[in-house]
Design a protein around this ligand. Structure first.
Ligand code: KG4
Ligand code: ZN
Length: 335
């Protein structure tokens, strides 16, 4: 059978990425040009700066992705692109590039949801078995997504305020850590103890929704209060206490969802899925559930990248979900 080769674009936030993916599960190339350094001095992503960088980088990323994969436009089966959710100006660069390539080379165009991309990064570990549940944790989203069958997504729980990654980035700033702070807070947490007993909002209510803004405020207030009375708190204990509160709520809600929605696989995906504390905790929780096993997105593919878009696109290709020249960016795209 002929192989399916998909050229994928991802420009939803602060990574310009182009990949070539074979049959939805084999990465031939995955070029990621990060802009983090340009945004760090502002403490977060500046949309206008992001768009400009995408414009500067996208052609080089495209050429490099084809070269590294050892393919030409003639070998491709389709062109895929993230069209939402994300920053509108950033998304438009990828959408325009993908439409141009598809039109110029007469290739089908596959519009892909960024969050579906994060979930399908699991395909690089093993095939997804349905029904499946995904815990999607990133800088912009915190969601529990139930997938009864391939291509179908139902959000059963989500954050009512901050996303988990956003909370990491905000408390990281208070600890003097550069944006994005998640990885460093995670490392610091492993050197400390949970001594501050921060709040675990909505942990025992009967929804699958999350809330992290109270935790973030409690953290900031604790540090400011200590500053005012001239006390210096242990940074690693602060990080460990924060992380324990986040992981407790994410794990408790996920385990409850697994009981109400029995599934073959729990997929952990999104930037915060790289968190060691979360990976370890979910592994031990899921080990106690006989019918479910945990599939963690590969560490290198938890953050934004085009390979995951190529994995999701293989499904869209099989299902004939094609876009056309009218495709537009949709910054608040839902499932
Ligand atoms: O999925 P992603 O790359 O971009 C979005 O689509 O938002 O996620 C980025 C988020 C950032 O908030 C970053 O601080 C967080 O993921 N992050 C982590 C870790 N690595 C990245 N959060 C906690 N622990 C980590 N190890
Ligand atoms: Zn993302």
């Amino acid at each position: 059978m002929a192989r399916t080769l998909i050229l994928a674009f991802e420009t939803s936030c602060d990574e310009t990425s182009v990949a070539v993916v074979e049959d939805g599960h084999t990465i031939l190339s995955n070029v990621v040009a990060t802009q983090i350094k340009s945004h760090q001095r502002f403490g977060g992503v500046v949309p206008e700066v992001a768009s400009r960088h995408h414009i500067e980088q996208i052609t080089d990323c495209l050429n490099l992705a084809l070269e590294q994969a050892g393919v030409t436009y003639d070998d491709l089966s389709a062109v895929a692109v993230t069209y939402g959710p994300g920053l509108v100006g950033a998304l438009l660069i990828g959408v325009t590039a993908a439409k141009t390539v598809a039109f110029a080379h007469n290739l089908p165009l596959l519009p892909i949801n960024h969050m579906a991309g994060h979930i399908y990064a699991a395909r690089f570990v093993e095939p997804i078995e349905f029904p499946a549940l995904a815990l999607l944790v990133s800088g912009g989203h915190t969601e529990l997504v139930y997938m009864p069958r391939i291509g179908e997504f139902k959000i059963i729980g989500e954050t009512r305020d901050d996303a988990a990654g956003e909370a990491y980035d905000k408390i990281g700033r208070v600890l003097g850590i550069n944006y994005p702070a998640g990885k460093e807070v995670d490392q610091l947490a492993h050197q400390g103890q949970d001594v501050f007993d921060f709040p675990r909002a909505m942990d025992h209510d009967d929804s699958y929704d999350f809330s992290f803004s109270g935790l973030k405020s409690a953290f900031i207030n604790t540090v400011h209060h200590a500053d005012q009375i001239g006390e210096t708190l242990d940074r690693s204990n602060l990080a460990a206490s924060f992380q324990q509160a986040v992981v407790d709520v994410l794990a408790d809600k996920t385990v409850r969802a697994l009981h109400d929605y029995p599934v073959h696989q729990l997929i952990l995906a999104g930037g915060v899925a790289a968190n060691q504390g979360l990976r370890e905790r979910l592994a031990s929780e899921v080990a106690g559930i006989e019918t479910t096993h945990l599939v963690k997105a590969p560490l290198a593919l938890c953050g934004d990248n085009a390979a995951m878009v190529g994995a999701a696109a293989a499904v869209a290709f099989e299902q004939g979900q094609l876009g056309d020249a009218t495709l537009n960016a949709d910054p608040s795209l839902d499932f």
